[in-house]
Write a protein of this length. Structure first.
Length: 134
């Protein structure tokens, strides 16, 4: 069902400093910051030949990554994003198998302007999984 790895997301306390690590020391191409108020984060994408790295910084008081950064103050890997062809069909299949979808199960529009959902880490080997319809 899942297709390509769309991105690996890393939560960081300082987005500019995080972007500098990738554009400087690692010599990668990094996009301009994009605020996503509905998701409570500001993001940049590191563009690699075979996938992307998403750097996430908290946006607003109720950011869903605030607690993660309290536990991981220097930052850390936050989620993996896999591509799917039909996000509603993927959700229905996962729910039928007992997997938990975060929120109310309705896809939100993600950083690429496409529908996304998040799956509970306890159902996926301790890893928060994002599905993106491409
Ligand atoms: Co993501």
């Amino acid at each position: 069902m899942i297709g390509r790895l769309n991105h690996v997301a890393i939560a960081v306390p300082d987005l500019a400093a995080g972007a500098d690590v990738y554009s400087g020391a690692l010599g990668a191409s990094v996009t301009a910051p994009q605020a996503l108020p509905e998701h409570g984060v500001t993001v940049v994408f590191v563009e690699l030949p075979n996938t992307k790295i998403e750097l996430l910084e908290p946006l607003g008081a109720d950011s869903p990554i605030a607690a993660f950064l309290e536990r991981n103050p220097a930052g850390g890997i936050h989620h993996l994003c896999y591509e799917v062809d039909d996000i509603a069909a993927a959700r229905d299949r996962l729910v039928a198998q007992g997997a938990r979808v975060l929120g109310d199960g309705t896809p939100k529009i993600g950083a690429h302007g496409k529908p996304v959902l998040f799956l509970h880490p306890k159902d996926f080997l301790g890893t928060l999984v994002e599905l993106e319809q491409v």
